[in-house]
Design a protein around this ligand. Sequence first.
Ligand code: 0A1
Ligand code: ZN
Length: 883
Amino acid sequence: MRTDIAQTVRLEDYRPSDFLIDRVDLDVRLHPTATRITATLSLRPNPKGRADAPLTLDGDEVSLKAVALDGRALPESEFEASPQSLTITQPPRGPFTLTIETEIDPTSNTKLMGLYRSSGNYCTQCEAEGFRRITYFLDRPDVMAVYTTRIEAERDEAPVLLGNGNRVEAGSLEGTSRHYAVWHDPHPKPSYLFALVGGRLGRVAKSFTTMSGREVELAIYVEPGKENRADYALDALERSMRWDERAFGREYDLDVFNIVAVSDFNMGAMENKGLNIFNDKYVLASPETATDADYANIEAIIAHEYFHNWSGNRVTCRDWFQLCLKEGLTVFRDQEFSSDERSRPVHRIAEVKTLRARQFLEDSSPLAHPVRPIQYREINNFYTATVYEKGAEIVRMLKALIGPADFRRGMDLYYERCDGTAATVEDFLAAFADVTGRDLSHFARWYAQAGTPRVTVKGTFDAAARTYRLDFTQETPPTPGQPTKEPMAIPVALGLVARDGSAIEAVSDRVNAEGVFVLDKASDSLTFTGVSAHPVPSLFREFSAPVKTILDLSNEELLVLLRHDSDAFNRWQAAQTVAMRLLAARSTGKAIADSDVADLATALRAFMETDALGDPAFAALVLTLPSEADIAQDIGRDVEPDMIHRARKEMRRRIGQACIETLRHFRDSLSATGAYSPDAASAGRRALRNASLDLLAAADAALGETLAREQFETAGNMTDRLAALSTLMTLPGDAREAALARFEESYRDEPLVLDKWFTLQAMIPEDGTLERVKRLMEHPGFSMNNPNRVRSLIGSFAMLNQVQFNRQDGSGYDFLADIVLRVDELNPQLAARLLTSFSSWRMMETKRRTHAKSALSRIAGKPNLSRDVSDIAARSLAEQQGQ
Ligand code: 0A1
Ligand code: ZN
């Protein structure tokens, strides 16, 4: 375990490195338990650094075998070495070469950082601080070098050898069973983008010609025998490359682009230069094993990693505080790509659902932090929804504020100025300020201030004056370390809707050509003139800002928006708001009028009868009520998960019964014809059909069970089969257990499919689920060492099963605490992620809160915790100022 537990890194303490590394030559001799690395580093003092500083290189669990300076072996008196660092006390004052030999054990590397093994193959993960687990290095993103890597291995064990950049040489070692390959990457890069792979892998490939005529060989490497499951990923890669050329004028810059899928990976994927390494869940797909959602995720993540080649690799981050510079921007870019490839409104709704479920939750929790944090103890804990998803929303707002043409000009200027450098958020904003001549310093607050702003809006119609006034106020709640807040610059895209659906030609000089009003004060108002009848305002169209809104609209007015708004996002939002009001009231024991539920059901039925088939994917979203976790967040305090569960179930029953004929019709008429295709239109039809099945089952359990069983047996693809099984999960009894057994029998040799089986069972909202989860941990397909398995079973239980994780007897919390402590010994990053499922603990009612606090305290009190887990535990428990 690391010993520097309490050390805090602060943005304000940033200073340039005292030394720079221009070239790195690596010689890696792969061996299962004793891999040897010889690193030859070309160093020089940094003119921007301190003049007489020693040279201290970072290390982490590496064993030093030898060190030489300019070819002279260094005696022990001239350096200090520990597994965590290597210091040359009196380095030369000019350029010099340091040769370091280290040894590491990839087989026992269960942290999956640095060089490790997955299914016998060798692979690496270096972001954020994994390179120091391979050799001693200035392991910080502003030290950028040109790498040449020679990889040597047993030919039998690792016939495929891959590195960053282009392959420049390969051959056998005469008279031995070993072979080697040499890779050279001409683009200077930080160490976190280093990668190598050695293993037995199958390959699919395709060639691609970039817009300027460069020939690139695209290849995806997978477990042998699964090559045909990589076709969709390869196609998504080609489409991503084309899109970046079209949308941003960015083309690829090496002769090869390799992707390797591995089955043990802590995150989704990694953008290493020219050699992306992926969690195989985000590469492998076939109609029989992957759902529509899997296909969409693969497309998005392939795009995300590819787009990093410019936003992240060509322009990287000066330090880890600037993580959103690459991640927020790249998420924005992959979201735009998916929106262009699929339905924009449907994709936007999906993005917002994720943002609210993950980022708003984080923002209201003890783990809240600014998009650009100002301090951290463990950087791995900052790969968060705030940095990624809120980071993307900031870029989206910037585009809304300055318009698409200036946004593109700003992006071009940013790339032109910062190409080949390690940049900051200030560099990014300066490009847009310079192309528009605007002062973006107020806007920059979005990077610094944590918490979700709350915007309250009131509308006043004056019939005599024919005006309609909107009064806005905003406030942002306190978050850790930030008790008081400043107003934010909030773009409000808006319009007015007449109650009969006709267009309203109202004007206001506060609204720009794109229909956006900017709220940048604590309160402000705007008046429309020429308004002949009382309108319904449609605010935050397309979710123009990551804020919570409190509207003074009646349910009836919201249902006007569901029917008539030209903005699809707000049609969906209107139905969600009405449902949420009713659900939150019911879940807190407040009476609601029966007629209110009936009105919502009637409006949904009307929507389905007239509009649903025009865009089935959109209709499926409208039919889906806010989740139990969404409702808990809306209530915000003294939450009783069982009441929420009952309220939601009851409302689904009522809506299902009111719409039963239409649901039946959709379920029967939207059947697939022909072969499965993952395209958005086909997926949309399946989504509506399966949402209909699920609501039918809520309305009539016997009918639901019959239909779901039949669909489970006859489904021609995994989307429909899993949807049927998921509906059966809501219906306790023999049919459910029999279907689960059948599924296990069919897919026990398909780990990624078995993960879905683990997840569905972990989510069953009934007593007995915790025992089921414990039993499943003994299943031969489960492994505590594999992050996908742990996340599917235990992560799903803790994050997606509101009632059983938050059991009033505290057993859900105790279980998770035990698991976190066990996993921490193997894989601290995974353990810390699991622990974030406590982020809603403070909003629970007293009994649950007490149990959660004691489970967290038990974790925090354990000696020898990893830095990852101790950081999350301590922040989760900290008393918050001003809250
Ligand atoms: N940069 C990657 C995410 C990533 C971060 C840390 C990792 O360490 C285990 C792995 C991947 C991305 O944004 O896709
Ligand atoms: Zn990323």
